[in-house]
Design a protein around this ligand. Sequence first.
Ligand code: MTE
Ligand code: MO
Length: 321
Amino acid sequence: MLIKRRRGWELPESQATPEAVFFDRRKLLLGMGAAGIAASAGWRPAWGATDAAAVAADLYPAKRNPAYELGRDMTEEKVATSYNNFYEFGTSKNIVKPAQALTLKPWQVKIDGMVAKDITIDAEDLIRKMPVDERLYRHRCVEAWSMAVPWTGFPLRALVDFAAPMSGAKYLKMETFSRPQEASGQKQFWYPWPYTEGLTIEEARNELAYIATGIYGKPMPKQNGAPLRLAVPWKYGFKSVKSIVRFTFTDKRPKTFWEALQDGEYGFWANVNPMVAHPRWSQATEEVIGTGKRIPTQIYNGYGEQVAELYKNLGSEKLFM
Ligand SMILES: Nc1nc2c(c(=O)[nH]1)N[C@H]1C(S)=C(S)[C@@H](COP(=O)(O)O)O[C@H]1N2
Ligand SMILES: [Mo]
């Protein structure tokens, strides 16, 4: 399944990924041990990543899967872990502090709906049953910014297999926690909480669909969606629901958070396409956060080789909004 693929597109040499730099830094950190890390000037951990609440911390860093290349520079850790969208903690990009109120232990995950048997399992136990690796993925927010990060996690397909859905299940619905005491954004009653997203079963089984449990070789910081969040890099970022507590298999297309809020602007499919503008702005280019540069956006965010097949017979659907 995990064969090395040719990049779907190329960028100028000046933007090529300095993977070696990242590997060397990681090796250095591993070699130094905890005391050395703490003492080394200029390095600090992702917010919250090293606190005692981190889930399955011994799994990091995981072995990198070489099948996935960025084709651009990796975003700096401090940028990707401090510029966030997480409306449960506020509508600004600066939600690191309020997000630390999120309690990660215990974290029960429910798998229900069209499955032979409902499953309730602690996130830590679930992660330990899954084939964990590290993958470099691009991420394109519908707001026309992007990042490129190393996630740690497991293929969503492995969770689907674990759940053993009935043959009639057509969609997988995913929901974020509902805890207004910890997440004051959820006291804003006009939002359709809890944050809900969904994929078709075929999409959920695509090799790229991923449940991320960590980033930059460490457990996921709270602000990035600990302890487990979706990463579907060919779709706009809002599809990648954070801090999931429930996976439901169903034969009805779920109504997503953003669709419920504004269905004229945000649909179910939300595949990246530079040719299809958002009603209020162009999607032709994207700002690469941390660089101040804009680059052209690619159809399916450059992942067409892996996913275009999924949409061959869906011509009448609004696939790109
Ligand atoms: N529960 C939840 N998940 C969410 C969001 C959110 O507000 N709440 N924002 C989405 C959007 S719009 C984006 S771009 C990504 C941002 O992920 P990041 O903060 O790790 O970059 O998370 C997505 N998942
Ligand atoms: Mo987004």
